[in-house]
Design a protein around this ligand. Sequence first.
Ligand SMILES: [Zn+2]
Length: 94
Amino acid sequence: MEIKICGIVYEISYEKEIEFTAWGSINHVHCTIKLRKDLNPQCQDTAFIEEVIHGILAHTGFQGKHNETLIQSIANGLYQAGITRDSFEITGGK
Ligand SMILES: [Zn+2]
């Protein structure tokens, strides 16, 4: 599965565990997004949206540590507005 963030292709994978017990992570060097496999689908959606926001910020000049509380708030707000993983153009199946 892949998604383009600012034109850059990121590979999406579902992992048993992710560092720091996070729900998701994004790596801008290897262009990967990892989501916890054991999360319920709703939490996977919010985690996915959050990682996409991180990617957008990284590719638009906001390098380094992002404000996690702000990004999680935006991700949760988008989810409440009806945005899910299905809202994005993900290629290669789910
Ligand atoms: Zn985050």
